[in-house]
Design a protein around this ligand. Structure first.
Ligand SMILES: [Zn+2]
Length: 416
């Protein structure tokens, strides 16, 4: 039976074994070895890379259902089959740099999960994955949502566990014995025998088949870089590890340092300063909105001087920029209270183009048809009450729509 030696010594990068089988298929060459230190893909961890008899190993996978057959895939297009016959020696080298990244991400994941154990009374493990580039993702099932303050605490606690240099041990138990282990976590179907347990000195205890360090200090710095809702009660936590964590922290430090210098405030006062600025911007935005509304009212009043007369009615179609739909509706309604025999249409642009149409209370013309007809022509739609019609979602040129709407209204209103 194949020996999975990476469990015995995850630091071993060179070994010799015997080639026991060569699988050759269309575009596939894969080897079975008498023993292997190559970690096959599984349990959220990518497969190892390396070489066998100087031939690059492109993938390592379990084969069959017993997790005791491992296929080491070679680059089929460039493999000399003479070098890899059954019975021949296999001189194997593991890409340590890549393995190290995976071990850091993997062991770091346990440290984050252990930190989450301190924060949440009810916690479930909902899986993890590591990409082999010094980052990883762990999914936490929690009874309450994970706040940004929680992220700071998870970062601090997991880094503290790293610095405390806790001992990491692994051992095997039977499936029945798993339930006797205090606080053990797993979310996979247990093997029929030989269940592997990793215990980080009680910080985290889990059923796990991956590669771990023997001391937590080897994980290096941990930076949590993302928190997103995955599904109900499950949050996705993305993290960087080792040098990647340092790089992430440097990006944060540089940004804070630049902002601190830009605003000329101490970094401890940066948040309060940003809040103050934000309040000021909100206040200025409110004031600007009011000014724009006043200006729009003035523009509307002015436009009445250029109204087109149709019998006893007056028609105004005007373009208003820098005003949103609600403000246009409000300005039109206000004007209609004091004007008589007036039909007013505003074509505005706030993201997409909209039309607001209103008529004074002494009129009862069909405004909806020409406005909706025009809106549809430009990809929009609308509706409303007879004296206040709104259409939105139009695309095109505001001035063209103004001309078009005015022509349509002139035709329709002349028929009244
Ligand atoms: Zn593990």
């Amino acid at each position: 039976m194949l020996k999975l030696k990476y469990w015995d010594d995850p630091y071993r990068t060179e070994f010799r074994a015997e080639i026991v089988n060569v699988v050759v298929g269309a575009d596939v060459v894969a080897l079975e070895l008498s023993e292997t230190y190559f970690h096959p893909e599984g349990g959220g961890q990518r497969s190892d890379r390396g070489t066998i008899n100087a031939l690059p190993v492109t993938d390592v996978q379990f084969s069959g259902g017993d997790h005791r057959t491992v296929l080491h895939y070679l680059d089929a297009a460039h493999t000399n089959l003479e070098k890899i016959k059954p019975g021949q020696a296999a001189v194997c080298k593991i890409d340590w740099e890549y393995r190290l990244l995976n071990m850091r991400s993997h062991t770091g994941c346990h440290l984050i999960y252990g930190a989450a154990r301190k924060l949440y009374r009810e916690l479930g493990y909902a899986g993890f994955s590591i990409t082999g580039d010094g980052t990883g993702t762990v999914y936490l099932n929690t009874s309450r949502s994970i706040t940004s303050e929680d992220i700071h605490k998870l970062t601090q606690l997991s880094n503290m566990a790293m610095l405390e240099d806790l001992n990491i041990t692994t051992y095997f138990v039977t499936p029945n014995e798993v339930t006797n282990i205090k606080n053990v976590v797993y979310n996979v179907k247990l093997p029929e025998r030989d269940v592997r347990i990793v215990d980080i000195n009680g910080w985290d205890v889990a059923v796990c088949s991956g590669t771990h360090f023997t001391r937590t200090i080897e994980v290096g710095p941990i930076a949590i870089i993302g928190r997103t809702k995955h599904k109900k009660d499950v949050t996705r936590i993305d993290y960087a590890i080792g040098k990647n964590a340092l790089d992430e922290n440097m990006i944060t430090h540089r940004a804070i340092s630049k902002m601190s210098s830009f605003f000329n405030v101490n970094r401890n006062e940066l948040v309060a300063h940003a809040e103050k600025l934000n309040n000021e911007v909100e206040e200025k935005t409110r004031q600007l909105k009011k000014v724009r509304e006043k200006y729009s009212e003035y523009e509307l009043l002015n436009s009445i001087n250029n109204a087109v007369e149709i019998g006893t009615m007056r028609l105004v179609v005007v373009a208003l920029r820098n005003v949103d739909q609600n403000a246009a509706r409000s300005a039109a309604s206000k004007l209609m209270k004091r004007e008589a025999r007036l039909v007013l249409c505003i074509v505005g642009e706030s993201g997409r183009i909209f039309i607001v149409g209103a008529q004074s209370h002494d009129l009862d013309v069909n405004l909806a048809s020409p406005i909706i007809q025009t809106a549809k022509k430009y990809g929009g739609g609308g509706g409303g009450r007879p004296h206040l019609i709104t259409a939105g979602g139009l695309t095109g040129d505001v001035d063209t729509i103004v001309d078009d709407l005015q022509s349509t209204l002139l035709r329709n209103l002349a028929e009244v």
